[in-house]
Design a protein around this ligand. Structure first.
Ligand code: TRP
Length: 335
């Protein structure tokens, strides 16, 4: 039986936070342990260039994200863990796919449309500030996915459309050049997987409401203390459903801890106390990986060597695939 291939990329423009952990990293690492799947997880540093022109940010984020996944126990024997820019087959495939992707399809991509809408709003030229990287971003993403013939692509809701575009582009290629690609499917991270941030909105770097995953203990405590609550006093019953403290608790608690806190809310636990317990719950789970993270971050050569080994493994899949694709499109030795 051929293994189901699961693939996802992480854009290297930020520091991993609790929302990334709960929504993406934790489920991905768990899924990679399944013997019936082969997981491809990669650092999307070419994608980072679309969003950021700060070289130090992109570089630092690449280190932080790699160290985070390793510290949390990603098994690099079982999964294929690599950096997008180490795989030259990806931009080459990207070009072939550019020649398959309808411009009209790209016109409909959310990220591009949102940028145009902002320009319209500001009465600017619709193309103002929009580079070709942003416009053709879904094609690069399609190359990431199709390069490894991924069956399943776990993504946030905002990325579903991109996976569908990858499917469209694959279908067109298959139609013109013959069966070449698996048609990928998006797997949507469940609602529970969307963690609330300090202000109660979805935890996201763009809202500035995140709690970084591997903060030093004291800072973690400080951040947790900043989670927005209401004016209810100790002794007042509190509603777990509308409480960010409770929602975050839920993402880290087992069944017993969950019903325990539910009861505490009904009994009117003080906000300060609930936050203290939330800190302890999270801290207990991340103390060990945090230590590993810190030592990985101080041993830079090690991360680089892990990524080099991952690139070798990934190219073991990509090279023969690209060879066939070149042949399919007529780029062949003249013998
Ligand atoms: N664009 C994705 C994001 O911003 C990251 C990404 C790049 C990705 N290539 C991918 C995700 C391929 C899934 C598959 O979240």
């Amino acid at each position: 039986m051929t293994k189901q291939r699961v693939l996802t990329g992480i854009t290297t423009t930020g520091t991993p936070h609790l929302g990334n952990y709960v929504g993406a990293i934790r489920p991905a690492i768990a899924a990679s342990k399944d013997d019936n799947t082969l997981s491809f997880y990669f650092l999307a540093d070419f994608h980072a260039l679309i969003k950021s022109t700060d070289p130090d940010l992109v570089h630092q984020s690449t280190r932080e994200i790699a160290a985070t996944w390793l510290a949390l126990g990603l098994d690099i024997e079982q999964a294929v863990f690599y950096r997008q820019s180490d795989i030259p087959e990806i931009p080459e495939l990207c070009w072939m796919l550019n020649c398959m992707a309808a411009k009209g399809l790209m016109n409909r991509a959310h990220a591009y449309k949102a940028a145009v809408a902002i320009n319209d709003e500001a009465k600017q030229d619709p193309d103002y500030g929009i580079n070709m990287g942003l416009f053709s971003y879904p094609v690069l993403m399609a190359a990431d996915i199709l390069m490894f013939n991924a069956h399943k692509v776990p993504v946030g809701k905002d990325q579903i459309q991109h996976v569908e575009m990858a499917r469209d582009i694959a279908q067109k290629f298959n139609h013109i050049y013959g069966e070449s690609f698996v048609l990928p499917e998006a797997v949507i991270e469940g609602d529970l997987a969307v963690l609330q941030g300090l202000d109660g909105r979805k935890m996201s770097k763009s809202y500035g409401n995140t709690i970084p995953l591997f903060l030093p203990e004291k800072k973690l405590k400080k951040h947790i203390n900043k989670i927005k609550t209401n004016l209810l006093e100790p002794g007042d019953a509190k509603d777990p459903e509308t409480s960010t403290v409770f929602q975050i608790w839920k993402a880290f608690a087992n069944a017993d801890q969950l019903s325990y806190m539910q009861e505490e809310f009904a009994n009117g636990i003080a906000w300060g106390e609930a936050k203290k317990q939330l800190f302890e719950l999270i801290n207990n789970q991340i103390a060990e990986p945090r230590e590993r993270y810190e030592s990985l971050m101080s041993e830079q050569g090690y991360i680089e060597s892990v990524l080099q080994a991952g690139a070798k493994k990934a190219r073991g899949f990509a090279q023969p695939t690209l060879e066939k694709l070149r042949h399919a499109v007529g780029i062949r030795p003249l013998r």
